[in-house]
Design a protein around this ligand. Sequence first.
Ligand code: ZN
Ligand code: ZN
Length: 87
Amino acid sequence: MPKRIRCHCGGKFSCQLCRGTGKYDYDPGPRGYVPFQCPTCEGKRNLTDDDGTSYPCPTCKGLGSVDPATPPPAGMWDVLTKIFFGA
Ligand SMILES: [Zn+2]
Ligand SMILES: [Zn+2]
């Protein structure tokens, strides 16, 4: 079963990974959680704005790859939900 992983971008429409939903599906393979190339910047780490300024990719935080094993920290409610409902 694919898991819903929280996206580092926090839900940006420019994000190619979650498409603005803030979460993406990840299906752990035989090797478990394996980092993959960031689809938003295609591993280039930075994005270029319309006016030519480059900024760190929100999806991978400028790393070029996304590690599904280390999603961004959850809010308090999210943590409690996880504890009580095992979501
Ligand atoms: Zn995203
Ligand atoms: Zn990226």
